[in-house]
Write a protein that binds this ligand. Sequence first.
Ligand SMILES: C[S@@+](CC[C@H](N)C(=O)[O-])C[C@H]1O[C@@H](n2cnc3c(N)ncnc32)[C@H](O)[C@@H]1O
Length: 164
Amino acid sequence: MQKQPITFQPIGVITTPHKKQKGTPIQPYAARDVAGEVHVFPEYRDGLKDLGGFERVWLIYHLHRASSAKLSVIPYRDVVERGLFATRAPCRPNAIGLSAVRVLELDVKSGILKILDVDMLDQTPLLDIKPYVPRFDSYQNSKAGWLDDLGEDRDIADDRFPIR
Ligand SMILES: C[S@@+](CC[C@H](N)C(=O)[O-])C[C@H]1O[C@@H](n2cnc3c(N)ncnc32)[C@H](O)[C@@H]1O
């Protein structure tokens, strides 16, 4: 098994009102109606064709201000340590975030999507967009491990994961 580095190029940038980690919603469900924009770079705009009609899209992005990776974290919604990969904490070996956001408007020509429910910091580099398809992406009543038995019920980030 080779461990070759992988390089990704951003396809755009996500603008949001969240300038600081503290106070930023920890997932889109906690950011209901918070507006942002996706700005897709000119060379990728043709790929937006046919995205109209999808109520939500997955945004896959670089958590570019995350601190160095930790394999054991106290997640926002808990008070005890959990294995990183059982959490959505931002301090990951590959700092990739994903959010299913609502699409209000799509303009293929300018490459701008007006979106709602944003939980990422302003100027977050965008790596990919995929349509959210309920039939593919929603498994009702799936078990959610420790999250089904919460110690805390926090929706908004504090400063436990320092950012750069
Ligand atoms: C818990 S993570 C979840 C992100 C995404 N929804 C996921 O599940 O991959 C969300 C938190 O990460 C932090 N965050 C958001 N965008 C970031 C960025 N670009 N760099 C570093 N931290 C970020 C904010 O504190 C935000 O509340």
